[in-house]
Design a binder for this molecule. Structure first.
Ligand SMILES: [Fe+2]
Ligand SMILES: [Fe+2]
Length: 494
């Protein structure tokens, strides 16, 4: 080995030491000072402002970049040439040492670069004291800080939008908290992606989100709220979290100065509007107005009772649908189709509410049918078929002491009756069968035909519709069949 080799070798070691020192220095500056926000022991500054924190970080990274670049240049200058010079062992040994150090250097710089990048991102998001861990939106506390500041200094228009996930308790109870958290995260992402300089998003409570919109008038805020609500409904990722259980939000909007004397009142007013949206069927946006208060008081007791009933029905349905092997929540889809027809024939809001409960619960008697019969893949024996046919009566027996409304009970007991009187369990015919039960019968048959069952493949929509027409007047109420078909086409498209 000649002098040139030793000189290069020692030079590379010296630069490597410089380099490692630079890394340690940068990491120390970055990890110690920036995480503790106190670098008095190192820089003799008692407290760093946020700007200084970033200056320290930038100078650390620049120092690191400078040494890295110098070392890379040095090492590259000694890298093996693609062309063999063939001038002796000494040259060969120099190349061997340089290549090792070069590889080591490159991998080390990559690791440090990745570490700093990750830490920096984490610091901006996770360690931000105002950021919610799950959704990355701002926190409830920060919302109040911001609104407090605006109380004294804000002069422009300001709107508050509050979004509350519908039936989130049912989601958590039925699908578990892991799924619940995923839903919160998905909605957080949708909101975050819509934020801008003048829009701030907050996780306000468990399943509540708030948007503060600066320089948004009431009308602009309403349009924004509707856009967010519709993004939530259209999100495939979000809607796939709970099979066919739809994830929706009820939204309230209030604006300053149109509706309040001070920004501080905005959240209360938006909250009342959101509650009104819930009372009126959920999955909608309501703007605050003074009449809301009066209506809310009048409706509150009735609403509370309805809520309890609907919650119980939904929880029951999830248990029934989990037991039966329909693809996608059967009861939810029967409810969906029933309400489409109800809309088409102009049923009242009260009737739609009762029909919804009846359709959700129509198969609740299946809870009492043995699993080996309900889930059987082969053809049922006559005895097994007889047992399955008991489910309307079983459902009736389960609910008769809980539900007073006859139309709901008829959906449960009579959804397998036929228009011509050949159905079961009571062999009712024509209008002896309640209107709600006749609607559910159509919806139930249509979803059953268009779903895969353990013992047969689904029918196409076209074939199922032909079946409905063929059985109009025998199995189904002839006055409802065409309306139902139109409603289904409207929903699914032609
Ligand atoms: Fe049934
Ligand atoms: Fe059914």
């Amino acid at each position: 080995m000649n002098n040139k080799f030793y000189k290069n070798y020692i030079l590379q070691i010296v630069w490597a030491l410089f380099f490692i020192s630079a890394i340690l220095l940068s990491l120390y500056l970055y990890l110690d000072n920036l995480t503790t926000v106190d670098c008095s022991t190192f820089l003799e500054i008692s407290e760093l402002s946020e700007t200084n924190e970033h200056l320290v970080l930038v100078s650390g990274i620049l120092t690191l970049a400078f040494f890295t670049y110098t070392l890379k240049t040095l090492v590259t200058a000694h890298s093996p040439s693609p062309v063999s010079h063939g001038n002796g062992m000494n040259k060969f040994e120099t190349i061997e040492v340089s290549a090792d150090i070069r590889n080591f250097t490159f991998s080390l710089t990559d690791s440090v670069k990745n570490l700093i990048g990750r830490e920096y991102r984490n610091k901006l998001l996770v360690n931000h004291e105002h950021t919610d861990d799950l959704t990355s939106l701002y926190t409830h506390r920060y919302f109040h800080q911001i609104m407090k500041q605006k109380e004294y200094s804000y002069t422009g228009s300001l709107s508050v939008i509050i979004l509350d996930i519908d039936k989130f308790k049912v989601v958590n109870d039925t699908y578990g908290y892991v799924v619940g958290d995923r839903i919160l995260k998905n909605i957080g992402e949708i909101l975050l992606n819509s934020m801008s300089e003048s829009l701030k998003g907050f996780r306000y409570g468990g399943e509540e989100f708030v948007i503060v919109a600066e320089n948004y008038t009431l009308d602009e805020a309403y349009l924004l709220a509707e856009d967010l609500r519709s993004q939530i409904i259209r999100s495939r990722v979000l809607q796939s979290q709970c099979d066919n259980f739809p994830i929706t939000v009820s939204v309230g909007v209030a604006a300053y100065p149109e509706q309040t004397k001070s920004p501080e009142d905005l959240i209360d007013k938006a909250d009342r509007a959101m509650y009104f949206a819930k009372q009126n069927g959920r999955n909608q946006t309501c703007i605050y107005n003074e009449n809301i208060e009066k209506i809310l008081i009048e409706k509150s007791e009735v609403f509370r009772k309805k809520e309890v009933l609907l919650d119980s029905a939904l929880a029951f349905v999830a248990a029934v649908d989990a037991k039966d092997n329909y693809t996608g929540g059967h009861s939810e889809m029967v409810t969906k189709y029933s309400l489409l027809l109800a809309e088409k024939i102009g049923l009242s809001e009260e009737d739609k509410y009762l029909l919804r409960i009846g359709a959700l619960l129509h198969d609740c008697g299946k809870i009492g049918i043995p699993d080996n019969i309900i889930g059987k893949k082969e053809k049922l024996t006559l005895e097994e078929y007889r047992i399955i046919k008991d489910h309307p009566l079983l459902g009736n027996n389960i609910l008769k002491y809980i539900i007073e409304d006859e139309s709901v009970m008829s959906c449960v007991r009579n959804h397998h009756e036929k228009w011509d009187g050949s159905g079961y369990p009571d062999a009712l015919s024509g209008e002896e069968i309640s209107l709600h039960a006749r609607i559910v019968t159509l919806a139930d048959a249509f979803h059953a035909m268009t779903s895969d069952r353990p013992y047969r493949r689904r029918l196409s929509f076209g074939t199922a519709i032909t079946e409905l027409r063929d059985n109009s007047g025998t199995q189904f109420d002839p006055s409802l069949v065409e309306g139902f078909i139109e409603a289904v086409y409207d929903f699914h498209g032609n």
